[in-house]
Design a protein around this ligand. Structure first.
Ligand SMILES: *[C@@H]1O[C@H](CO)[C@@H](O)[C@H](O)[C@H]1NC(C)=O
Ligand SMILES: *[C@@H]1O[C@H](CO)[C@@H](O)[C@H](O)[C@H]1NC(C)=O
Ligand SMILES: *[C@@H]1O[C@H](CO)[C@@H](O)[C@H](O)[C@H]1NC(C)=O
Ligand SMILES: *[C@@H]1O[C@H](CO)[C@@H](O)[C@H](O)[C@H]1NC(C)=O
Length: 443
């Protein structure tokens, strides 16, 4: 009952309208320090006394305090250059603000809120995510907006984001869910271009599903937004065994080699997740490898932990210190009555989950991730989207991953990826908010 009230009340959200950039600055500050933001940029002294209040409050709660003061300092400096703070309320807001977490919130219906780009308008969406083109009839799912509980998200401004990204390289590295997010970002930014032909795929290939690497260039901003397929982040290895049979193993101790080409990108957004679950367990036998040793069997949680540690070590050793590293969390799936490959379905879902007791527990993979990034030297900005996606059983392509002509009875439905426009647009709004707060040269 309570959750349905929350979901339906768009007017309710206006009560947060007075909170501005300051709000966001604080909450991202608190998020950053959790991930051990390294002491850097000491130069600026915080001009906002409330940041000190926050610092002392957090002091008692945390053993990461040594890095906190520097985060506060650098965030305060960025704030002055990066936000239009005319609606910030200073210390009065501080009570609410210090407890705000961008990823803790709800989806609100909003008749005024439009998708960041019109359904069917963006030519760079995979057919399999293009629910509009494939004839999905309902549209309520397009009117939901993510609303953090304690603060207000800045409105996505594509032009402002492109200006922040001028001359920069942003690379998504991960599986097809990251491709989903990448396409969403391309389309969201494309909306702000006056001449849309000034955006193109560098190699001229638009078959995003089949190729492992793509780069879009925003010509007038000399900015590229790239996607590199790496579903496990570590190295998949294919070979013929002694009997000539094609085999595959996963090198848990070796990063996927092509990642090395992107280590100097300005922003990298990693993910891995679904491929660790989208297998039947037999496949894991004789699959995981370390050095020359192939494990006859290994629990997938152990393998995942080893792989993430390999990734973390590589990031710490290779990523330049100007690079902002993000990790996008596990995106929820909603297969009902079966798994992804055994008849599970989500067609006909047109509303999100309202009853919070129907949400899944926080994924074990993300608990592993949190403990791995806590040990890293590199600050990793964690896009904690598991719960926000878990609400959205209505957001998947289901049978609309294909056009009517291609649909067959009993087809495998897609309840993992997301329709575009749709849920990944909200991830990019959160990405935008994070960059806006932390970016030193934003306009
Ligand atoms: C939410 O779901 C739980 C478990 O299914 C149920 O017991 C409860 O009554 C539901 N609450 C509402 C408000 O529907
Ligand atoms: C980045 O690395 C360079 C060279 O290793 C170092 O001189 C500089 O202080 C570092 N900057 C920050 C902000 O840590
Ligand atoms: C838009 O950009 C394309 C590619 O650079 C160019 O050929 C075309 O003349 C431009 N159109 C306008 C109206 O400026
Ligand atoms: C991420 O969100 C979940 C709720 O879904 C929460 O339990 C967890 O603590 C959050 N992690 C961080 C680092 O904020």
């Amino acid at each position: 009952m309570e959750s349905s009230r929350k979901l339906g009340s768009s007017h309710h959200s206006k009560s947060y309208a007075t909170q501005g950039c300051f709000t966001l600055m604080i909450l991202i500050t608190s998020a950053l320090f959790l991930f051990n933001f390294p002491p850097s940029d000491h130069a600026a002294s915080p001009s906002l006394t409330s940041t000190k209040i926050l610092a002392s409050r957090l002091h008692s709660a945390s053993n990461y305090i040594s890095s906190l003061s520097s985060i506060v300092a650098s965030s305060a400096r960025f704030l002055s250059g990066s936000c239009n703070c005319s609606d910030a309320q200073g210390e009065e807001e501080e009570e609410d603000v210090s407890s705000c977490d961008l990823f803790d919130g709800r989806w609100v219906e909003d008749d005024d809120s439009k998708p960041l780009y019109k359904p069917g308008s963006c030519p760079f969406i995979d057919d399999s995510f293009n629910c509009f083109k494939n004839g999905r009839p309902d549209s309520d799912y397009l009117r939901l907006r993510w609303k953090p509980s304690g603060c207000k998200l800045p409105r996505f401004d594509g032009l402002k984001m492109l200006k922040m990204l001028r001359g920069k390289r942003l690379v998504f590295v991960g599986d097809s869910l990251n491709r989903n997010m990448w396409e969403s970002l391309i389309c969201s930014l494309r909306e702000s271009l006056v001449n849309k032909s000034r955006l193109f795929e560098v190699s001229g290939h638009y078959e995003f599903k089949t190729q492992g690497y793509h780069s879009f260039m925003f010509k007038d901003f000399q900015c590229s937004i790239e996607f590199l397929k790496s579903p496990f982040l570590v190295q998949q290895r294919q070979f013929s065994d002694m009997a000539g049979v094609q085999r595959e193993t996963l090198r848990l101790d070796k990063i996927q080699t092509s990642l090395t080409e992107y280590r100097d990108a300005d922003i990298i957004i990693f993910n891995t997740g679904h491929w660790w679950t989208h297998q039947n367990t037999n496949k894991w036998n004789n699959y995981f490898q370390e050095g020359k040793h192939v494990f006859r069997s290994m629990a997938v949680a152990d393998a995942y932990t080893k792989a993430l540690k390999t990734w973390a070590k590589w990031v710490d050793a290779n990523i330049k210190n100007h690079t902002r590293v993000f990790f996008r969390g596990y995106s929820a799936s909603h297969f009902k009555g079966g798994q992804w490959n055994s008849g599970g379905s989500c067609d006909g879902e047109t509303r999100p989950i309202r009853n919070e007791s129907h949400l899944a527990p926080y994924p074990w993979m993300m608990k592993v991730l949190e403990s791995v990034i806590a040990e890293m030297k590199t600050p990793v900005l964690y896009l904690n989207i598991s719960r926000m996606t878990d609400y959205r059983k209505d957001g998947h392509p289901s049978i609309f991953k294909q056009s009517r002509r291609q649909r067959l009875p009993g087809m495998i439905q897609d309840c993992s990826h997301w329709c575009l426009p749709g849920v990944p647009d909200a991830w990019n709004e959160l990405l935008y908010a994070t960059l806006l707060i932390s970016h030193p040269n934003s306009p």
